[in-house]
Each structure stands twice: as structure tokens, then as C-alpha cells.
Design a binder for this molecule. Sequence first.
Ligand code: 4AD
Ligand code: MG
Length: 477
Amino acid sequence: MITRTEIADLLKKPTLNEDVTVMGWVRAWRSNRFIALNDGSTAGTLQIVVDDSAFPEETLKQIGFHASVGVTGTLVESQGKGQDYEIIAKELTVFGAADPNEYPLQPKRQTMEYLREQGQFRMRTNTFSSVFRLRHALAFAVNQYFHERGYYYLHTPIVTGNDAEGAGEMFRVTTLDPATPPLTEDGTVDFNEDFFGKATNLTVSGQLQAEIGALALGKVYTFGPTFRAENSNTSRHLAEFWMIEPEIAFADIDNNMDLAEDFLKYLINFCLYNYADDLEFLDQRIQQAEKQLPAAQRRPMPLVEMLRFVVENDFARITYTEAVDILRRSKPYKKGKFEFPVEWGVDLSAEHERYLVEKHFKKPVIVRDYPKTIKAFYMRVNDDDNTVAAMDILFPYIGEMVGGSQREERLDVLMQRMTDMDVHHDELDWYLQLRKFGGCPHAGFGLGFERMVQFITGMGNIRDVIPFPRAPRLADF
Ligand code: 4AD
Ligand code: MG
């Protein structure tokens, strides 16, 4: 049996002048005398003082960057600067050496692209271990938020027969041999012969099934992986990402917006209060990196200040029509600086969203009532018959963080919308039945989990906030 004290516990309750055993990975090894040890339990490292005359040369030689070691020694107040405590080593075990001539990582700043290729090791860096601790924190806070408010966690399927968003960007799930699939009489693939007896795909959203839950349990949420085969090689898109989707009965678009704003602020607050060390570390890291950038490319506010700012201020709330007006009156529009058109009826592009958030309002913005032609079939048609009760929440650096809506609960209107948007009624018969029997006004939204992790950690690329990113031509590990 192995007995050790975790560094987080030790720093919280330092048992001075007693012997302790700690185990972890070497984050730094200075002057053949000082080890900065981290065991993942906290952002902080513990300094180990090694008297090199007291240990065999053979052992000392094995202590390298990210080697794993165990140390038993006396915890004392540190004589040096930079840490309150240190351990004077009495026993030293190298569990796993990491030969610096061969180990792919080095104790210096390395590019995110390079670290991404070293996915088996990147979590040992200060940056990535902070990112993944915060990712955990957020996942925990999501469940805590909803649990405390009486929502039920509903596990919606990953393999499904329907396209919730109607965007057709799905990964097919099949056991048929692509070289010799069974064919129907008219020469198309016969999915009747497939594992599920029909064409299936990985889910793009758990919303439609969450609606079943909401219309029975009142308030539910799903939180699971979703998959989109959109060929977007951007710093905001993944092919596999996690989404949080609450769905509430007896609620309209205003309830939905209030819930989303409160929820996002709760998540940020949770991290500010409970993970201050990690946030502080990431904040410093970004500020260091930004020193090399021209002022215009730096963040308007350091990370932690920005997080505080977001929780302390109301989100701006505007309609899509107002957003288009603001954009058409904007300087970049007048100077022809936008790449994509700004026209009523056309979806906002990332550049427009970022202008609204970063330049015009300088805070998160909720845009509601989008043209019905550019939004999904399930969104409730407004009285003007041109717009739907949709809402997107736009964030600094990120753009679209949340997409949601009040759902169309009127059977005839929903059927008409499905016909207009080429969504087959028979494939979603169960969805229509929810309107036919015991339906009610209801609403919900989807939060892109990785985008939230990105905002909180300040990481520039979404591939660096999920342990093993999947994107076009990328499915390592
Ligand atoms: O706006 P979306 O497509 O909404 C839905 O899927 C609804 N069914 C949600 C609902 O009402 N229950 O996606 C929701 C959010 C987006 O706002 C964005 O944050 C994130 O999911 N998202 C992605 N994140 C990473 N990579 C991608 N490819 C993403 N696509 C959407
Ligand atoms: Mg959306």
C-alpha cells in the first residue's frame, strides 16, 4: 500500500516540522538542489530541497523535467523567496525517469500546436493542468447549479435516427460494409439491413429528447457529447464537443434568457471562488504572452478582471433587427470592412457578433427574435410571422456561446414549419405527438461547454480545452 499526502492538502494544512511523503512530477529542477513538485491536486508546486551529497549520483541523474518522484522529508518554512513551505528531502524515489534527451517536452515555453501533438504529455504542463482542473470545475458546477434548482439530469441518446438541428451535418453510424452495402431495388443503400434497421447517426443535440423529459418532469437538462461533421477548421469549432441543454416546461423566451444569464454567471463565479489559483496562473501566463503583441491585439481586460466584469454586469439584450441596425450604422460596415453582408434575413457572422460584443456593447449580448428562415424548425414563430423566439448569447472572444429558443408548441404551426423546412413528419412523429397530447409552452437552450471553458481559461483555441480534440483530419488518441 502506498501512503502519501497530496500537495493541495499539505499547503492547506501545513504540518510543520513533521515528516511527510509526497509524490508527483518534477516541474522544475534547479541547481541540482531544488525540485518544484506538482501532483495535480493544485496549481501550486511544492519545493523540495535536495542535499546532493546525501543521495547517490545515479538517483539524482534520473530527476528530470516531468520525471515522477516520491519524497519523504520534513516540512519546514521556506528560507527562500517564492514559496512559504518546502520539504527537506530525506528519502528520494524516482518512480519514472524522463530522459531529457528523449522526452518530447522541455521546461520552456512551447507552442500550443506542438503540445497538441504531444497529447499524452501536455496535461503535465502548468497551463494544461490548470485548464483541465477548470474544465472539471465547470462540469461539477453545471450539475450543482441544476441540482440545487430542482432540474433532473436526463441522459439523451448518442446514437439517434433524427437530425435535431436539421442542418444535415451528421456522422453516420453503421455496421454495413461500405464496400458492399446491401442495396434497395432503386439502387440506394438499404438501411433496413443495418444494425438498427434504419439510418442512424451520432447526435448533434439532445434537445428533442430533452423536450420529452421537460414535458413530464418539468425541468431537465442534458449534458453530453454531441457531434457535428461541419468542415469548420476554426478555433471555435470541434467535431466532438459537449453541450449542456436545459429544457423547461411552462416557460417562454424571457424565462429562458433569465435562466441562461443566471447560469453563465454562476459558472464563472464558481470558478472565481474555488479555483482562484488556476485562474491567477492563466491570467499571468496570458499577460506574459501578450507583452510581445501590439497593443491592439491584447485583451482589453486581463482574464480575471474580465470574468468579474461579466458577472457584475447585466447582459445587453437586443433583437436581431436592432442588431442589424447597429451593424449597418457601424464604422466597419460603412468603411466596407466586414467580409460578410449585413442584411435583414441573413445570419450574423462571427465578425458581426464580435463587433456587437467587443466594440459596441463591450459585454455579453443576448440577441433574440431572429428571422424564421435562418433558424431551426422547432423554434416558436412570433406574432409578426417573420421571426422566431430564438436567442443567442454572444461573448467576448468567443462569439456565440449559447443558442436557444422557446419551442413551437402549436401542432399546426409546427407541422407547417417542418413542411417549409423539409423536415419529414413521419420521422418525428413522436415529437409531433408531444404537441398533440399534453403540450405546453416550453423553452431551453444549449451551452457549448468547450466555449465556456475557453472563455474562463482564456485559451485561444478550442482544441486546447478538451483533452482529446476531434476536428477535420484530427482524431488522435
Ligand atoms: O446553437 P446550437 O446549434 O443549438 C442547438 O443545438 C440547440 N439544440 C440547443 C438547444 O436549444 N437546446 O448549439 C448550441 C451551442 C452553440 O451556441 C455553441 O456554443 C456550441 O453549442 N456549438 C459548438 N461548440 C463547439 N464546436 C462546434 N462545432 C459547435 N457547434 C455549436
Ligand atoms: Mg446556434
